[in-house]
Design a protein around this ligand. Structure first.
Ligand code: ADP
Ligand code: MG
Length: 360
């Protein structure tokens, strides 16, 4: 397996650029998720890596070897890329074994042990080999598609929203099985998704795409904990955004004085905390800011509780475990754990509160 480098890649189909200068390094044997809203250019980038589309400018390298740019233009079939689309990758008239065999190099096609090995790699039972695609669940179909993509031992595996057609129950298990198989195979993989949970939980590196640019490329915990801007912050999770005044390593805001990283900007700013950093308690002696509970969304494992800070707002949302939900209308105190992220002050001071990721 090889690393993948994308440098200065641009692409336009009409006057508006679809990719406006993309740089990305995917280390060998690692999984990078490209996360972004629909229409931001994810599939176009994947097709450029695969060689199905040529970029207007830029270079694509597999390891040290340019496959596009720097004088090279290696056709798709010679790039050794495995591609798993959203759905419908399998030949409907071929059974599982024949679909997987189709991906094998000619010399290995008679080796039924290799098909068994690939099915086992993606966590599918040998008994499924005579089934046809319509006799499989959506999740099983996607695993067969991955087995076929891995069959020729590709240099790079590209997956374009491979779980988005699956219902919620299947999505998580299939995602885990697929990434487990990629890791066992030692694959270098790029997984495109518009689902922040999928990106954060399945990858080693998340590349957040917005309007044809990668605005942040970092480990999942850094994208979530230290998003580069408010747009990324609200795209990847719930958010409480408040006007603040930053002085030294403290931000003074409606939630009190919150620690910030040294080196953050001083003066007027906006700060971000995640709803799960807010802790609600009913003991007036334990400190915190008094609030009134105005709304509760109960999810079982946890709950989103909207509270108005007393006496006159703003409203914030706390994400707390489901067993500790306070009564509507009751007065509770809010304390904040951990530190806040700091952003430039908005031109008009805004308060933004969201329970979960905002698709923009
Ligand atoms: P995503 O996969 O993030 O949803 P795409 O890469 O499919 O986004 O598309 C990005 C933009 O490029 C969209 O506005 C889409 O309409 C446009 N686009 C993609 N492919 C073509 C094409 N072959 N011709 C014209 N426009 C295209
Ligand atoms: Mg797409």
């Amino acid at each position: 397996m090889t690393s993948l480098s994308i440098r200065g890649v641009t692409k336009r189909f009409t006057a508006t650029p679809v990719l406006a200068g993309v740089d990305l390094e995917v280390p060998a044997k690692s999984i990078t998720a490209i996360l972004g809203p629909s229409g931001c250019g994810k599939t176009t980038l994947l097709r450029i890596i695969a060689g199905f589309t040529d970029p207007d400018t830029g270079t694509v390298l597999f390891g040290d070897r340019p496959v596009f740019g720097a004088g090279a233009s290696v056709p798709a079939q010679q790039r050794r890329v495995g591609y798993v689309p959203q759905e419908g990758a399998l030949f409907p008239h071929l059974d599982v074994a024949a679909n997987v065999t189709f991906g094998l190099p000619r010399a290995e096609r008679r080796d039924s042990g290799r098909v068994a090995e690939l099915l086992s790699l993606v966590g599918l039972h040998e008994d499924l080999r005579r089934r046809f695609p319509h006799e499989l669940s959506g999740g099983q179909q996607q695993r067969v598609a991955l087995a076929r993509a891995l069959a020729p031992r590709p240099a790079v595996v590209l997956l374009d929203e491979p779980f988005s057609s699956l219902d919620a129950g299947l999505r998580e298990g299939t995602g885990r099985a697929v990434t487990q198989a990629l890791r066992t195979a030692g694959a270098t993989a790029v997984l495109v998704t518009h689902d922040q949970g999928e990106a954060l939980s399945l990858s080693d590196q998340v590349a957040v795409m917005r309007q044809g640019r990668l605005v942040q490329v970092a480990a999942p915990a850094d994208v979530y904990g230290a998003p580069v801007d408010v747009g990324v912050a609200t795209f990847v999770g719930g958010a409480v955004l408040l006007p603040a005044r930053v002085d030294g390593d403290l931000a003074f805001c409606a939630l009190g004085a919150l620690p910030v990283s040294p080196g953050d900007a001083h003066g007027d700013a906006q700060i971000l905390v995640r709803p799960e950093q807010l802790h609600l308690h009913s003991d007036s002696q334990s400190g915190g800011v008094p609030t009134r509970v105005v709304d509760v969304s109960y999810y079982g494992h946890d709950a989103a509780v909207r509270v108005d800070l007393l006496p006159s707002g703003p409203q914030v949302v706390a994400r707390i475990i489901g067993a500790e939900v306070p009564a509507l209308g009751s007065v509770v105190w809010v304390t904040t754990r951990g530190s806040a992220a700091v952003y430039d002050a908005a031109t008009t001071p805004t308060v933004l509160v969201s329970e979960g990721p905002e698709l923009s």
